[in-house]
Design a protein around this ligand. Structure first.
Ligand code: C5P
Length: 218
């Protein structure tokens, strides 16, 4: 089976990030870095993380006026180490088009509705439509909306956070599915990925945790 997990490194300890990247490097598809870690490690840190051979997903969830967004995206695109960057689809089409104009090789992913919020499928549909019309590479949606998004476009990449096993703590996530359910729904879709953070890095050994999660789908 193709590797489909992006590991969320949601903490500010760069040594810990390197340690976890090393533990998951054979099983993960990529690493997801948010503002918290990026603020500490900067572009040199991203370079070190990319040396593990995993794809780098910088989750800055950009939302601002078009001019500011265009310049921010250009600045991230110049780093070359980043493959995916998130922008909020709620910024609307002028903002998304401005982001696209300066993205170069960078693939833009549109955040629809956060998986920590309850949402209607209609809202996710409207925001996904905006992402498609603005030429984004993919969207972030919960696995509960995978079918809906895939019906709208066969080309869009779909990234699903909010992955929790039946016995896991849900933390702040509301629209959840387990990894095995995600794999069942997305089957061998090469353009579907999931994002998992705390269930991998919070307790015990990250390398063992990701292996157990992958085995749960067998
Ligand atoms: O620890 P957990 O598995 O809940 O981490 C999920 C990750 O996915 C976090 O880094 C969070 O910022 C991100 N995310 C999310 N919901 C979205 C978009 C991103 O949970 N809609």
């Amino acid at each position: 089976m193709k590797k489909n997990i992006f590991v969320a490194l949601d903490f500010s300890n760069f040594e810990k990030a390197l340690d976890i990247a090393n533990s998951v490097k054979n099983d993960a598809a990529g690493l997801k870095i948010t503002n918290e870690l990026f603020a500490i490690c900067g572009k040199e840190g991203l370079k070190k993380l990319s040396d593990f051979g995993l794809e780098i997903f910088l989750d800055l969830k950009i939302l601002d006026i078009p001019n500011t967004v265009k310049k921010t995206v250009a600045s991230i695109a110049s780093l070359k180490t980043v493959k995916y960057l998130t922008v909020h689809t709620s910024g609307d089409s002028d903002m998304l088009k401005a982001a696209k104009e300066s993205s170069g090789q960078l693939e833009l992913l549109g955040v629809t509705v956060l998986t920590s919020q309850l949402s209607s499928k209609d809202k996710v549909k409207t925001l996904t439509d905006l992402a498609i019309k603005s030429g984004l590479s993919g969207v972030i949606a919960s696995a509960q909306e995978y079918d809906l998004v895939r019906l709208m476009s066969k080309d869009l990449k779909i990234f699903c956070p909010g992955i929790r096993g039946a016995y896991d703590k849900k933390d702040d996530q509301k629209r959840v599915k387990s990894y095995s359910e995600f794999c069942k729904i997305s089957k061998s879709d090469a353009k579907a990925f999931c994002v998992i953070g705390r269930p991998i890095y919070e307790n015990g050994d990250a390398g063992q945790n990701i292996k157990k999660i992958i085995q749960s789908a067998d």
